[in-house]
Design a protein around this ligand. Structure first.
Ligand code: BGC
Length: 391
């Protein structure tokens, strides 16, 4: 209680200072609060990470705090090579501008130094918040510390920011859950379309620098491994480690070459029944490889509900995908930015992930599996995708 009172008092002081300075909030004020908080109660770090600021604000304080508005927001995206990132570029611009912010949005073409430089220039250009979808989750430590020292808030978008204290929270779809859904859909498809077990399958992972990729794989293997162990599933190539299955840079053509090689080396006289794919681009590459090799189309999972894959799911060429709507993730991010720049700090959340250095508050949305059976339901409020579901 003592800590909470101290927090409230300091928040009011910090807000008064912010308002006098005439700027829309900022980490400087928040840090004053956090420093005081930890010095009063060093053992309470976890609670602090989950953040109490919105809970603690008295109604009048909160009302006063939300009056700030405006500000410069940087958005650093890893690339525009899959539909979700291309959508993010457009939707961040629309949603940030509609909320009254100036948006600086850049994509890094999968290159770490380019992304570091883009974030540096966002700091120099006065961004008060920087949203980061990292090319490599662990390679931005020093530039993010620099952002933190400059009083800039940093929000991880879709991917975790690892090995740095320069991150205030991460907004994402459950990544382990996504992998579980992919594997469950694969099993369902095998049972539906490929007769009795055992089933011949192969496994693919995403880009090893992306912290989501091992999580997707771990989630999927938690479902598949017991069935590999009992012989229901046979990974004919024997390649079951993430490092063997990963696809550098999420590059579809690398996945297609690996599938070509696996088929040539292992499937000359047997059929492949299913493939775990970490996203839609790779799924289409795998399916194309199987078609080229004269194989019947295997059951293949996916992710992103990309337009082309939604069409393939509808026509039966790809078995499943997982929807993780970009507009919802961007909207969640913008609502956190609103909270930060109106002086209310990070919203409360019960979920945290350790990034190697700190427990990072996580704001998680649920991914949803899509097959032909539920596609119309899942996309009921998405007219663009719904329009693809025609015979
Ligand atoms: C995202 C996926 C995307 C992949 C490749 C992952 O981090 O979560 O939606 O397909 O990156 O861009």
């Amino acid at each position: 209680m003592k800590v909470k009172k101290a927090l409230s008092f300091l928040m009011m002081t910090a807000l008064a200072v912010t308002m006098l300075a005439g700027c829309g909030g900022g980490r400087g004020t928040e840090e004053a609060v956090q420093t005081a908080d930890t010095s009063e109660a060093p053992a309470d770090v976890e609670e602090t990470a989950e953040n109490e600021s919105t809970e603690e604000a008295e109604p009048e304080e909160a009302a006063e705090a939300t009056s700030a508005g405006g500000g410069i927001v940087g958005v650093a995206l890893p690339w525009l090579g899959t539909q979700n990132w291309a959508e993010a570029e457009v939707m961040f611009k629309e949603q940030l501008e509609a909320a009254g912010y100036e948006a600086i949005i850049q994509a890094a073409d999968q290159k770490v130094p380019q992304q570091q430089q883009q974030i540096e220039s966002m700091i120099e250009n006065g961004a008060q918040v920087i949203v980061v979808g990292p090319v490599d989750g662990s390679q931005l430590g020093s530039v993010l510390e620099k952002a933190k020292d400059a009083g800039v808030y940093v929000i991880g978008y879709d991917r975790l920011l690892e090995n740095t204290t320069g991150v205030d929270g991460v907004v994402q779809f459950g990544s382990v859950k996504t992998g579980e859904l992919q594997a469950q859909a694969l099993l369902q498809g095998l049972e539906e379309l490929k007769g009795e077990a055992p089933y011949n399958i192969e496994l693919f992972g995403g880009g090893p620098a992306d912290p989501n990729a091992p999580n997707f794989f771990t989630g999927a293997m938690s479902v598949l491994q017991p069935l590999i162990d009992d012989g229901t599933l046979v990974v004919v190539s024997g390649q079951t480690d993430f490092t063997q299955c990963a696809t550098v840079d999420w590059d579809n053509s690398k996945a297609q070459s690996r599938m070509d090689a696996i088929l040539a080396g292992n499937y000359s006289d047997i059929e492949i029944d299913g493939v775990l794919s970490p996203n839609d681009g790779i799924a289409r590459a795998i399916i194309t490889s199987c078609e080229n090799a004269g194989q019947p189309i295997p059951v293949v999972s996916g992710l992103d509900a990309e337009n082309e894959s939604v069409e393939w799911v509808w026509s039966g060429r790809q078995y499943s995908t997982v929807a993780k709507p970009t507009n919802a993730l961007v909207a969640e991010t913008v609502s956190i930015i609103d909270s930060l720049l109106s002086g209310n700090g990070m919203p409360a959340t019960e979920t945290t992930a350790n990034n190697g250095v700190i427990d990072v508050p996580i704001y998680e949305l649920p991914p949803v599996v899509v097959t032909k059976d539920n596609a119309k339901e899942v996309f009921a409020d998405d007219p663009d995708r719904l329009a693809l579901l025609t015979d």
